[in-house]
Design a protein around this ligand. Sequence first.
Ligand SMILES: *Cc1c(COP(=O)(O)O)cnc(C)c1O
Length: 447
Amino acid sequence: MTHVGGPSLPQERRLVTEVPGPRSRELLARKQSAVAAGVGVMLPVFVTAAGGGVLVDVDGNSLIDFGSGIAVTNVGNSAEHVVAGVRAQVEAYTHTCFMIAPYEPYVRVCEELNRLTPGDHEKRSALFNSGSEAVENAVKIARAYTRRPAVVVFDHAYHGRTNLTMALTAKNMPYKHRFGPFAPEVYRVPMSYPFREPVEITGEQAAARAISVIDRQVGAENLAAVLIEPIQGEGGFVVPAPGFLPAIAAWCRERGVVFIADEIQTGFARTGAWFACEHEGVVPDLIATAKGIAGGLPLSAVTGRAEIMDAVHAGGLGGTYGGNPIACAAALGAIRTIEEQDLVGRARRIGEVMLARLGDMAACYPVIGDVRGRGAMTAVEIVRPGTKDPDPEATQAVARACHAAGLLVLTCGTYGNVLRFLPPLVIPDHLLAEGLDILDKAFAAVS
Ligand SMILES: *Cc1c(COP(=O)(O)O)cnc(C)c1O
């Protein structure tokens, strides 16, 4: 059994027991008597090492990773520069609280975010711990700047699990069920979801539909911010029709409404650009980032126009651990890795390979209703053949067949019928191809 992970881990799929194996099952029993039942587990293989494109479990199985811990380990687990940065930092100091006695790595991460995010205007950043916390702070900042209360979000949106972000998230089960009451002044409007439009409409038309709801039900003069994922994550990897995001952003600009991009899942090279907004030349006023930012350490950020960010009174933003120095060191290592290894280009290449193979599968297996995504963020939507009726059971069956064969895939979607693929951007070509072969066989078995 190996405990040393990172890029030097053998890049192979290797099954030596059933999945999950006996040691994982033992640990699952301990989990059940020690860990709160509300904390679910999708695939109960307990990991001992990970790196490149594989996860190694306690039974000695090596699984192909198409999940990246939900789009977090874009640079791979235990990436060299991340480990080196963390190691040096943890030996120097672990915590002072940036609000009490500051340190340079926090400032450097903010400088990097200001440099890398879309737009060449003057920017500021602030650091937090989780994605939810970044989204909450983006809303706080937008409200302080505009002095307006309302926030607009979209159907199928996912923005987190804290109280405000539950209100911003669309899906009841499992995120909101029995957890109310929720924060007020949140308004939901229709998304552009090309596969599920009753009649084909353009991105501009879908934007006009959303804006009409905002005008009638909220009013721009009451609206602090429009918050949107440029490609929806948990909601089903929904890629809006071209023109939708630019039209919403333009409307916000005309009305003095803050346009906030939640790039927590799409950011840090995942979609074949540093940030997904770039694909349509959209420059958000504020951008929330987390997940891929720090190679697996907890860190999140809000970056945006200096005049908006600086509208908050001194002391109004912060938190005990926000921008923890170890997480900042990891982020600097992750950013360096993305640049040195051109992981933006690599994500684009992964997307080409995946979308071509998924398209071939869609031609063979009528349960695949739609293939979509950008870069290394791709998905298939599963339906009853000949209809657009969601088939969450078939989706689960395909996912389980993949898991049993040693390929970790995730599901998502409002209707629970989307299989999503988020390989680490450092996955070698042969594992990418092998993972897609396993997926193909899983569809063949279920069809
Ligand atoms: C994961 C995610 C969040 C929440 O991030 P946490 O770190 O889990 O709080 C918010 N928005 C999007 C788009 C996400 O994918």
